[in-house]
Design a protein around this ligand. Structure first.
Ligand SMILES: [Zn+2]
Length: 509
């Protein structure tokens, strides 16, 4: 179910009229009795609204549209998103909210490449330097992961090398060491290539201007360069600078702050698009639940978080967890994560916290969270669900490493839906869960509103269950939290965010 254009128009009209989704609030004026009840799943879910989700979606889409079609961290589109969410929370008076602001290295750029007068589509590597170079295109041996792979002729010329075996950043640094004036890295498979050098510099050598090429173009250029003298030009425009960005942290004023139930979502998009499914959907789902919760009392304090710079490698969540004292960490009973919950060709995927399917078991209590979601889908929503790999590839990763029980929902990224999943969830087998994953097409119209609503209800259910009782979550003195080491193959590729295995804008290898 896609959003109809008339509904979008209606939503836009509402937003422009300033009638942002009405929010609840503690009904305690002076002299008024406090009649609020303890939060309960059914009631909290009834307070959610489809219109609310869509209006917030229209707002985030508008922030991107007005600011270069992106809500990437460090851009105005993201800053507007942060202000919008915090503003709505502050109006309720129900939360203590603050912005946790810190600088991080922002990067954007573009590249062009031509050879013997022909232009080829070229991409930019995040953190690559600006510059222009013209010279002979010199093929590099092997994958350019050893200094000896670079022949002497690359000095003053343009190195040409395949993706593979080592990080893009290493290839670019070794090319710099060899005296190359620029480097072109082509995909080792069909299709375009985009990625990151990981950081603005590295100790292996100086970066030179670098562009990415498709696998098809790379094969043609390699043959031409091997056949004889091939002249090329590389041009890179780039901006790299520290920019301040913010996590939003909102904690209920009420509730037991020694036993905090936490739920979060990343608020930034990739630079390539507005990121309404990834992760406007999770940000908005969590926001709707936070606003609906304001009508109720809670036993446990509930803390909501919107993370910045997830798409640069879980930066906001890592910053938050790293800056918690051991005591503050111990007060967080559990963490719930929502990253992409409205994929157009969705599945109802639940993080495999008990390790039964994917073998990475979360800290004790993660199994209980998974079961809470599973029971909800089966008994309450009467919908199918399936486990999703629980590997730390979104903002719950730092929580796992701190030993905090975690869980969450996911509707799929660039992976292909299987036949079995199409039978279970509907949709198209052999097609990506989100064909617009990390692309310009990840607009509000990309989102499946039905899945979005169902997942938002599941967020509300789980928040309500744990805000009432932490039964099933190990707490108290003597509970030793088992820190979960994220497998090295994943942690060295932390930039594979958002559950994707080919998170191409942030690939390092
Ligand atoms: Zn994401």
């Amino acid at each position: 179910m896609k959003i109809s254009s008339s509904l979008l128009l209606a939503a836009l009209t509402l937003v422009s009229a300033g009638d942002i989704h009405a929010t609840g609030g503690p009904d305690k004026g002076p002299g008024k009795p406090d009649n609020r009840e303890l939060v309960e799943s059914n009631k909290l879910r009834r307070g959610l609204s489809r219109t609310g989700l869509l209006l917030h979606g229209v707002a985030l889409q508008a922030f991107a549209d007005a600011n270069g079609k992106t809500r990437a961290f460090g851009t105005k589109g993201h800053n507007a998103t942060v202000s919008y969410i915090k503003g709505l929370l502050d109006r309720t008076g129900y939360y203590d909210t603050y912005l946790q602001s810190f600088p991080y290295t922002f990067s954007e750029g573009s590249g062009t490449f031509s050879a013997d007068g022909t232009d080829y589509a070229a991409g930019y590597f995040t953190y690559g330097p600006a510059g222009e170079a013209t010279g002979t295109i010199v093929p590099v041996n092997n994958f350019g992961c050893e200094q000896s792979d670079f022949p002497a002729e690359v000095a003053g010329n343009i190195a040409l090398v395949s993706r593979g075996t080592c990080e893009f950043g290493l290839k670019v640094a070794l090319a710099g060491n060899a005296g190359a004036s620029a480097i072109a890295i082509y995909n080792n498979a069909a299709g375009n290539l985009a990625g990151t050098l990981g950081a603005p510099s590295r100790p292996d050598g100086p970066y030179v201007p670098a562009v990415s090429l498709s696998g098809e173009d790379g094969t043609v250029l390699l043959a031409a360069a091997q056949a004889g003298n091939l002249q090329g030009t590389v041009h890179v425009d780039a901006l790299t600078e520290a920019r301040y960005s913010s996590n939003i942290i909102a904690t209920t004023k009420e509730g037991d702050k020694n036993n905090i139930v936490m739920a979060g979502a990343h608020s930034d998009s990739v630079s390539a698009g507005p990121g309404i499914n990834d992760n406007g959907s999770g940000s908005i789902g969590v926001l709707e639940v936070a606003l609906a919760l304001t009508k109720y009392k809670v036993k446990q304090a509930v803390r909501f978080a919107w993370w910045t710079a997830e798409e640069f490698g879980l930066v906001g969540a890592e910053h938050y967890v790293a800056n918690l004292s051991a005591e503050e960490q111990s007060k967080i009973a559990l963490y719930l994560n929502f990253d992409m919950i409205a994929s157009p060709n969705f599945g109802y995927f639940i993080y495999d916290g008990d390790g039964s399917t994917f073998n990475l078991t979360g800290p004790a209590g993660s199994d209980h969270i998974e079961k809470t979601f599973e029971d909800y889908f089966r008994k309450e929503a009467r919908l199918p669900s399936a486990p999703s790999q629980f590997d730390g590839r979104s903002d719950y990763g730092p929580f796992l490493e701190a030993g905090i029980p975690s869980g969450g929902l996911f509707t799929g990224a660039e992976g292909l839906k299987t036949k079995e999943e199409a039978k279970l969830f509907g949709g198209e087998a052999g097609v990506s869960y989100d064909v617009n994953y990390h692309e310009a097409g990840d607009t509000l119209a990309n989102c499946n509103v039905g899945a979005w609503i169902q997942n938002t209800k599941a967020i509300a259910h789980t928040v309500a269950v744990y805000a009432r009782s932490l039964a099933g979550i190990p707490r108290g003195a003597g509970v030793l939290r088992r820190r979960v080491a994220i497998p090295k193959s994943i942690s060295t590729n932390r930039k594979f965010a958002c559950g994707g295995t080919h998170n191409h804008n942030v690939d390092r290898i």
